[in-house]
Design a protein around this ligand. Structure first.
Ligand code: SAH
Ligand code: SF4
Length: 363
């Protein structure tokens, strides 16, 4: 830990007050944002439009410290995964998923997760700590710097989803500045529709998110009734489905007719994939602007669940399509590098220890 101000995690407002304290003009905030997030520059000495004395002052009181990349893996399907070291002997994973007309970065918000969803590897790992705003945005920084721009000048990362490790809505103080930086035209300039926060259903935080930064919302529903959801997603005991859907309706109030909430539904063989459950789900979502995303379960060591068969997934999808829903099935990506949903983290700590013992041995 250092007592210098970490500039990475400051959004426009934060940088403006930082420079005000130094007696500098507000436009310095824009300049430094562009250097850090658009040009990927971490060295004050290279920031040529800042006068030399200012650069030395910045170096004395502030820092732009990129996280150490412990692993950088590329899957056969183009998915790329970074394992980044964060303070306290931990590591987090960030995954880039290229598709035909977009590139999605999947970002982590916590080390581990306290929500203990029964089908999730991160949930099994338990909660370690919240990431700081710096650690959240640094994931975008590392990926953006590595991936750069397409030949036509388009940004390779067109979408960000907060679907890595952790429950983002239990870390709002760090999440909000990180989201602001993703959206700011002087940094990553992503549109609100292309930044998605995924939540297991922290009802009061859904309202707070809307008030402060109404990006796209994804809700991990996974069950069409409270009995089953209580079991799969334990936070449901605190915020049951009716309350969650009421929060979803509030979130969508006043938004354009084209916008919707994405409901995620992991397909677990014999648990939540029957036709009756599909019909119940269709009824449940009748008065919420919804898109449904079916996620074939990704197994991890020790899990009792199995992935639903392709036939069961198609049947479930068909039933919902017939009720007029937009239903997508998530293609499983990055399987060979354990980058698929819910596989993040499972072996992170083991891998980290292994890696450290290699480094140790090499010394
Ligand atoms: N904590 C947040 C965001 C991270 S999880 C949330 O739960 O929404 C991102 C998505 O991956 C969630 O929809 C989650 O339910 C899903 N997921 C978790 N484990 C999975 C697994 N083993 N297979 C498939 N999807 C999984
Ligand atoms: Fe946490 Fe999301 Fe995993 Fe549930 S699914 S344990 S909320 S990361």
């Amino acid at each position: 830990m250092s007592d210098k101000t970490a500039l990475f995690g400051l959004d426009r407002e934060g940088l403006t007050s930082f420079f005000a304290e130094l007696g500098e003009k507000p436009f310095r905030a824009q300049q430094i944002m562009q250097w850090i997030h658009q040009r990927g520059e971490a060295d004050f000495d290279c920031m040529t439009n800042l006068a030399k004395p200012l650069r030395s002052r910045l170096a004395a009181v502030a820092e732009i410290r990129p996280p150490e990349v412990l692993l950088d893996q590329q899957s056969a399907d183009g998915t790329r995964k970074w394992l980044l070291r964060v303070d306290g002997g931990n590591a987090v994973e960030t995954v880039f998923i290229p598709e035909q007309n977009r590139g999605t970065l999947c970002v982590s918000s916590q080390v581990g997760c306290a929500m203990a969803c029964t089908f999730c590897a991160t949930g099994h790992q338990g909660f370690n700590r919240n990431l700081t705003a710096t650690e959240i945005i640094a994931q975008v920084w590392v990926a953006n710097r590595a991936l750069g721009h397409a030949p036509d000048g388009e940004r390779i990362i067109s979408n960000v989803v907060m679907m890595g490790m952790g429950e983002p809505l239990l870390n709002l103080p760090a999440l909000l500045p990180a989201l602001n930086i993703m959206l700011d035209d002087m940094s990553y300039g992503l549109s609100k529709r292309r930044v998605t926060v995924s939540t297991s259903g922290i009802v009061p935080a859904i309202d707070r998110l809307k008030a402060q930064c109404d990006v796209a919302l994804a809700v991990s529903l996974h069950a069409p009734d409270d009995v089953l959801r209580d079991e799969l997603v334990p936070i449901n005991r605190k915020y049951p489905i009716a309350e969650l859907l009421a929060a979803c309706r509030r979130y969508m109030a006043g938004k354009s007719a084209r916008s919707h909430i994405t409901f995620e539904y992991v397909m677990l063989d014999g648990i939540n994939d029957s036709s009756v459950q599909a019909a119940r789900l269709a009824e449940l979502l009748a008065d919420v602007p919804a898109k449904i995303n079916l996620i074939p379960f990704n197994p991890f060591p020790g899990t009792p669940y199995r992935r639903s068969s392709a036939a069961a997934v198609s049947r479930f999808q068909e039933l919902l399509l017939n009720r007029g829903y937009i239903v997508t099935v998530r293609r499983t990506r990055g399987d060979d590098i354990d980058a698929a949903c819910g596989q993040l983290a499972g072996q992170v700590m083991n891998r980290l220890r292994r890696l450290e013992s290699h480094v140790e041995a090499a010394r």
